[in-house]
Design a protein around this ligand. Structure first.
Ligand code: COA
Length: 149
C-alpha cells in the first residue's frame, strides 16, 4: 500500500505516543508524561503525518510563524518504515507548507546527525538552547527550581 501524507490530521494520544516509541524518538521525549505529550500533540502549528492505510508511521511536528522561521521540533518514522524516503518526504511536505521566505531550524538527535545534511540542512555554529527549569519527567508539583539537566 502506498504511504499517504496528511497535514494537521486528527490524532489520538495513544497513537501519537506509540509512534514516538516505535520510532525510538520516545527515548528522548517525555512519553511517560501524558500532559506534556498531549500539549505537544495539540499545540504544534504544522503537523505532517505519514500513513500506511490507517497506521500512523511518521510525523513531522513544527512550531512556526510560517513566514520567517520554523522550528522542526520532532521528526520520527516508525522503525519498520525507516530508510524508504518517508523522513525526507515529511520534511519536503513541511517545507512546502511554509512560505518560501521561511527558515527551518532544529536540534538533531545524535543518531540523526548525519541524516540532516543529506536532505539539505546546514550545520549552524551559533545554535543555543536553554534547558527547562523543571524536568519533563517530574510531576508538576516536584520542586526543582533552577534545575538544568
Ligand atoms: C531520522 C529519521 C527521521 C529518518 O527518516 P527515514 O525515513 O528513515 O529517512 P529517509 O529514508 O527519508 O532517508 C533519506 C536519506 O537519509 C539517509 N538516512 C536516513 N536515516 C539516516 C541516519 N540516521 N543517519 C544518516 N543517514 C540517514 C537515508 O539512507 C537516505 O539517504 P539516500 O538518499 O542517500 O538513500 C528516522 O530514521 C527516525 O525516525 N529516526 C529515529 C528518531 C530520530 O532520531 N528522529 C530525529 C529527531 S531529530
Amino acid at each position: 500500500m502506498p504511504i499517504t501524507y496528511q497535514r494537521d490530521a486528527q490524532l489520538d494520544l495513544d497513537q501519537f505516543i506509540e509512534l514516538y516509541r516505535a520510532a525510538t524518538l520516545g527515548e528522548r521525549r517525555p512519553v511517560e508524561n501524558h500532559a506534556v505529550m498531549q500539549a505537544m500533540m495539540e499545540h504544534g502549528d504544522l503537523t505532517i503525518t505519514a500513513w500506511d492505510g490507517d497506521k500512523l508511521v511518521g510525523i513531522s511536528r513544527t512550531l512556526t510563524d510560517f513566514a520567517y522561521v520554523a522550528y522542526l521540533a520532532d521528526l520520527a518514522v516508525h522503525v519498520d518504515y525507516q530508510k524508504r524516503g518517508i523522513g525526507a518526504r515529511l520534511v519536503e511536505e513541511t517545507r512546502a507548507a511554509l512560505e518560501p521566505t521561511c527558515f527551518i531550524t532544529l536540534l538533531s538527535a545524535p543518531a540523526a546527525n548525519e541524516f540532516y545534511p543529506k536532505i539539505g540542512f546546514e550545520k549552524h555554529p551559533r545554535a543555543w538552547m536553554m534547558k527547562p527549569s523543571q524536568s519533563t519527567e517530574a510531576e508538576p508539583s516536584d520542586p526543582q527550581p533552577g534545575s538544568c539537566k
